[in-house]
Write a protein that binds this ligand. Structure first.
Ligand SMILES: Nc1nc2c(c(=O)[nH]1)N[C@H]1C(S)=C(S)[C@@H](COP(=O)(O)OP(=O)(O)OC[C@H]3O[C@@H](n4cnc5c(N)ncnc54)[C@H](O)[C@@H]3O)O[C@H]1N2
Ligand code: MOO
Length: 415
């Protein structure tokens, strides 16, 4: 059998980063920047006030105190958005609002709390040193400065910064578009009537959700019949519209395993047995440039193999590396068994124990069909191929499913 690592490296070797595109700023949250961005405007763009108050000359208020306030005539007002602030003559004050352009002539801001708030004349109770509360043009970002580097993941602050420097269409690696096909004549669409021998198609919904968590744009391809020709037709017709395809079911050795039947016949997808539990039967290939993953139909097998094989591939397409999941060392709280010669991924709940260490409890049944247990898990334990029994109290590696910190320091800090 092929190892998990060999399969991952074959997949990553066949999957490429999606080419950079300029996309509208409102659509790029969670995308990776594909090129360096330099500022074409400064931040701040002009000298402005950091406080609501009065623009004055520091020398005019140097003697101000509670007992002997300095009174100055208020010569005008500057609101945020004012284009040409008036010059402040010696011995006068101009009311100024936060973000309003700082006027020539003045050299400091007295915040309104240090005054009586007057509009004709103002009584200033405290002196203000020169330069106080003035945000200088280009103080943080000068024109031509590198503001974000290629490879940066665009989160809220980065999106804000791109907007601030007026980049409407940043160059990014787009989100991969994924189509998900579930096959099986026993499947009923969610909300439908479940007849004898039938089950609700849960895989396509779970895989779409997992794909979105991995940063892809995913959609279900519904109405794919369990007929080899029509399955192939559906698959080929969606190829030009997507960057990847995931199917679930139909890859083992059953008489109606059409995914395997069709794609083996074309020779474009390789079906292999991977030394893992769950998720042994896997298929992967590239059809017309589109990576196609055929995952096993058992619901937990589909999710675990998505996590291990599809998620890193989607991240690579997005310009990221790795799985984006923290791997931590935990103490196994309950003894567990694992099949010889296979890497197993028991579904567990990781919690912090009283001594501050991390403990992993089984999330429930460990069968490939035990979806309720998977739904209660927040981590996958990783039990190596040569281990058949893990005793309680022993250390093990766990892949945390709940958090997706992209920053290694953050990953270490969240737990
Ligand atoms: N004789 C053998 N039988 C099986 C083997 C084997 O080596 N020899 N491997 C087993 C393993 S391991 C797995 S995993 C499964 C993989 O089966 P398939 O990928 O062919 O999937 P199906 O047979 O279509 O379904 C398996 C199971 O999952 C349920 N299922 C399928 N699709 C969905 C869906 N969209 N939503 C929810 N549940 C789904 C299906 O009803 C079956 O119960 O094969 C084993 N058999
Ligand atoms: O390899 Mo299967 O995924 O165990 O149920």
């Amino acid at each position: 059998m092929k190892t998990v690592d060999e399969h991952i490296s074959d997949i990553l070797g066949a999957v490429a980063v999606l080419p950079a595109r300029r996309l509208p700023l409102p659509t790029v949250h969670g995308c990776v920047l594909a090129a360096n961005v330099r500022a074409t405007i400064a931040l701040p763009g002009f000298d402005n006030s950091a406080m609501d108050g009065y623009a004055v000359r520091a020398a005019d208020v140097a003697t101000a105190s509670e007992d002997a306030p300095v009174r100055l005539p208020v010569a005008g007002e500057i609101a945020a958005g004012a284009a040409l602030p008036p010059e402040v003559a010696p011995g006068t004050a101009v009311r100024i609002m936060t973000g309003a352009p700082f006027p020539p002539g003045a050299d400091t801001v007295v915040q309104v709390e240090w005054t009586d708030g007057g509009t004709e004349t103002v009584a200033v109770h405290r002196p203000a040193e020169r330069g106080l509360h003035i945000r200088r043009k280009g103080e943080e970002v000068a024109i031509g400065d590198l503001v974000l580097t290629a490879g940066t993941m665009l989160g809220a602050a980065q999106i804000g910064l791109l907007a601030a420097v007026n980049v409407a269409n940043p160059p990014v690696h787009p989100r991969p578009r994924l189509a998900v096909l579930s096959t099986g004549s026993e499947l009923v669409d969610v909300g439908g009537r479940v007849g004898p021998g039938q089950i609700v198609d849960s895989n396509s919904h779970a895989v779409v959700a997992a794909a979105r968590e991995a940063g892809a744009e995913a959609r279900r391809l519904t109405g794919v019949p369990d007929d080899p020709e029509r399955f192939e037709e559906a698959l080929r017709s969606v190829l030009p519209e997507v960057d990847a395809i995931v199917t679930t079911g139909g890859v083992s050795v059953g008489a109606h395993d059409i995914v395997k039947e069709v794609l083996t016949a074309t020779g474009e997808v390789r079906f292999e047995r991977i030394a893992m539990q769950p998720g042994k039967p896997q298929g992967f290939g590239v059809i017309d440039g589109v990576p196609v993953f055929t995952l096993p139909g058992n619901p937990v097998s589909a999710l675990v193999s998505f996590e291990l094989f599809v998620r890193p591939a989607l991240r690579r397409m997005r310009g990221l590396t790795g799985s984006g999941r923290p791997r931590v060392t935990v103490t196994v709280a309950e003894a567990l068994r694992s099949p010889a010669g296979k890497r197993s991924f028991p579904r567990v709940r990781v919690t912090r124990g009283e001594d501050g260490g991390l403990l992993a409890y089984s999330a429930g049944g460990q069968g490939s069909h035990h979806l309720a247990a998977a739904a209660g898990a927040n981590a996958l334990l990783v039990v190596p191929e040569d281990v058949t029994e893990v005793e309680a109290g022993k250390p093990a590696t766990a892949i945390l499913l709940a958090a997706d910190p992209t920053d290694g320091d953050l990953a270490a800090a969240v737990l």
